[in-house]
Design a protein around this ligand. Structure first.
Ligand code: TYM
Length: 334
């Protein structure tokens, strides 16, 4: 037996408050959370501990954490159905992370793309950036999640969580559930509008033209989409290799409208201009109701705080048995 028998279907996912959330976060993750909460037991977290792995301003981190939590609610997450919490309010993520560090290997962490790109060979890199994927594994494994809905960029991290769970179980007995990654059918990797070979990221400057922020007003969204880099080809075709800019716009349009056949979608357009106009309209239509709800919620900060407090209590209750079992299996305690 490599994991506990017939685990209950359960979802965990998180967003790290290192910048203002983007359309990529919405299409790749947040919007899917909203649908999933009605199907299965879900826990969603603003994973603020992960934001400490790089230089940060404490006041901005606190503000971004609140903004992200408020956006969770504005997007339609219902705290009476799913659990919403701040990772930093639940101490056992860090505790389980330490136990998993005692299972993880330096070699596999050294191969993680994020560490290779942002930290390797720099003496000032925070140790926590190196161990980041272990904390992420702890986030998932603490709740015995069976599924992890994330964008495509998180694939390597979820793979590591799977490897660590399986290794832990082989070494110490069947304590952890080996989770599956569940990527979005379309828009699993929304690309930067100015450089469609890079993923759209929340980490750049707030006013970067390549990233649509969820709280961008409609005129800003329109300007960003109309100025998106397209390709020199004359036809609208869905071809990620030769026309990455146009393919990205089609991905976004499909993601916003629910149309999954992007080749068929491309055939409806004879010019880049008309495609861009429809993309701008679709994004604005998607974001307008969310922004209205955000404005209402932001005016009532106490309500968001109460949701997060209650969420942390629920999260602790769900995760505590995993931690107890993991410690006992490893030989800790009496
Ligand atoms: P983060 O904060 O970078 O992104 C949050 C979620 O948004 C998805 N995403 C995208 N999807 C499509 N296109 C994009 N351009 C795009 N950018 C981001 C991400 O895939 C993710 O689903 N390490 C994680 C946070 C994390 C986590 C976890 C996630 C920590 N612990 C446990 C799941 C489970 C991260 O940095 O995501």
């Amino acid at each position: 037996m490599t994991q506990p028998t017939t685990p209950e279907r359960r979802i965990f996912s998180g967003i790290k408050p290192t910048g203002r959330l983007t359309l990529g976060n919405h299409l790749g993750a947040l919007r899917r959370f909203v649908d999933l909460q009605h199907e299965v037991r879900c826990l969603f977290s603003v994973v603020d501990l992960h934001a400490l792995t790089v230089d940060h301003d404490p006041a901005r981190l606190r503000a971004l954490t609140r903004e992200a939590a408020t956006l969770y609610l504005a997007a339609g997450l219902d705290p009476s159905v799913c659990v919403l919490f701040r990772q930093g309010d639940v101490p056992l993520h860090a505790e389980l992370s330490y136990l998993l560090e005692c299972t993880a290997h330096v070699g596999e962490l050294g191969r993680m793309i994020q560490y290779k790109e942002k930290g390797r060979d720099r003496p000032q890199t925070r140790v926590s950036l190196f161990t980041y994927p272990v904390l992420m594994a702890a986030d998932i494994l603490a709740y015995r999640a069976t599924e992890v809905p994330v964008g495509d960029d998180q694939r390597q991290h979820v793979e590591l969580a799977r490897d660590l769970a399986a290794r832990f179980n082989r070494t110490y007995g069947p304590v952890l559930v080996v989770p599956e990654m569940t990527p979005a059918p379309v828009a699993a990797r929304v690309m930067d509008l100015q450089d469609p070979t890079r993923k759209m990221s929340k980490e750049g400057p707030d006013d970067a033209l390549g990233a649509i922020r969820l709280l961008d007003p409609p005129d800003v969204v329109r300007r960003k989409v109309l100025r998106a880099v397209t390709d020199s080809g004359a036809h609208v075709r869905y071809d990620v290799q030769t026309q990455p800019g146009v393919a990205n716009l089609l991905d976004i349009l499909g993601g916003c409208t629910g149309e999954n056949d992007l080749h068929a979608l491309a055939e409806r357009y004879s010019s880049y201009g008309s495609l861009k106009r429809d993309v701008a309209d679709a994004v604005i239509a998607l974001l307008t109701p969310l922004q209205k709800r955000y404005a209402d919620l932001a005016a009532n900060a106490g309500e968001v705080d109460a949701v997060l407090r209650r969420g942390a209590e629920q999260a602790i209750e769900i995760a505590a048995p995993t931690l107890t079992d993991a410690k006992r299996a490893m030989g800790l305690g009496g």
